[in-house]
Design a protein around this ligand. Structure first.
Ligand code: AHM
Length: 341
């Protein structure tokens, strides 16, 4: 007789899981559950395109025609529009923000306005798609700051990560997975392509106690500060005997380190004077992944402070990011403090 308490004896769809989480909040009206479900649907729609990327000629420029004479969209544009079109009319959102759009995205006047704010990076690492390397979608959900009913504003988008009510990502890899948290642990679902369903495969993910990897673009070493250089030396030579793994696709690098144990760094560097704060975006990349990392027992910092405590000042603000296994990640703050005057 199987142990009915073991998740492996049950088949849990993502919908069932979202609903079970909602039951723990009797006051909930179901808007967050529906929003998460629509994001899972967006993930399935984007996944169905990524697996055909080489065939469907969707790497070409926007506006090109495919062999059927249809207008072809680049995959990142398709991903951006898919998420927008699934969410603009549902009455759950006050506004949105996309890494692909310069300004925040208001909900059209004709549709009702809701209480949540959705920020998303529709296709992170999209240059990797051309060479068949995993890419991902990242999402972050906040409660609006402005009063209910009216249109959302930029102020609703510029919130520190500690205000997040949910965050997650979809990774389009050897299989498609959705990983998310609402502050009650981190849960991972694998897409069963035959069924078109995300099924619970990784309940309550915790970062392994013994880390294996560090991930950084080592080519930028000449442009790092003394503190970052010393920190990375410590990662290389410390007692953990880490291996280097770097894909250059944030979701894929983060996901590997979440499951296998490790830390990811994208430090500030002197390579591009126009981007002194590093490459990754606080609102679309760093904050949602930081929420997931902390929920899995890890940590995320910009080298000075917890990512989740940074008050954003602009929609596309960039931050240095060190994220992963806590005991491997937190020491960067000491190195920066000691060596970077
Ligand atoms: P993108 O916004 O052009 O997709 O770039 C983001 C990606 C991340 O996924 C990844 O961590 C980083 O760029 C890699 O950058 P680099 O090639 O400088 O190492």
């Amino acid at each position: 007789m199987p142990n009915s308490g073991d998740f492996k004896d049950r088949i849990t769809t993502i919908e069932r899981h979202f609903l079970d989480e909602q039951l723990a909040h009797p006051e909930a009206k179901g808007d967050l559950t529906s929003l998460l479900y629509d994001l899972a649907l967006a993930g399935k729609m984007i996944a169905s395109k990524t697996v055909q990327a080489g065939l469907a000629d969707i790497l070409g420029s926007t506006g090109a025609q495919n062999v059927q004479g249809e207008t072809v969209q680049k995959l990142d544009v398709f991903a951006d529009q898919t998420i927008y079109r699934l969410n603009d009319h549902t009455g759950r959102l006050a506004c949105m923000g996309s890494e692909e759009q310069d300004e925040f995205i208001p909900i059209p006047e004709k549709y009702p306005k809701g209480n949540y704010v959705l920020l998303y990076d529709p296709l992170d690492g999209s240059s990797n798609i051309d060479v068949n390397v995993s890419v991902g979608t990242i999402f972050a959900i906040y409660k609006r700051k402005t009063p209910p009913g009216g249109p959302g504003t930029l102020e609703d988008c510029l919130q520190p990560g500690r205000n997040l009510v949910a965050a997650g990502y979809v990774i389009y890899g050897s299989s498609t997975m959705l990983v998310y948290t609402t502050g009650n642990g981190v849960h991972g679902f694998t897409l069963n392509r035959m069924l078109g369903e995300f099924l619970l495969s990784h309940p309550n993910v915790k970062m392994p106690a013994k880390p294996k990897y560090y991930s950084v673009n080592q080519a930028y070493e000449p442009y790092w500060s003394a503190g970052v250089l010393q920190y990375v030396r410590w990662l290389q030579t410390g007692e953990n005997k880490l291996s280097l793994r770097y894909i250059g696709s944030l979701v894929a690098d983060f996901h590997r380190n979440l499951l296998a144990g490790g830390t990811f760094c994208y430090p500030a560097d002197r390579k591009d004077p126009k981007q002194p704060g590093g490459k990754l975006r606080l609102l679309y990349e760093a904050a949602p992944l930081a929420f997931i990392a902390e929920q899995a027992g890890g940590y995320a910092t910009d080298g000075h402070r917890r990512i989740l405590d940074i008050e954003p000042t602009s929609l596309h603000q960039r931050v240095p990011l060190f994220i992963g296994h806590k005991a491997l990640t937190k020491p960067v703050e000491d190195y920066v403090q000691k060596y970077d005057k």
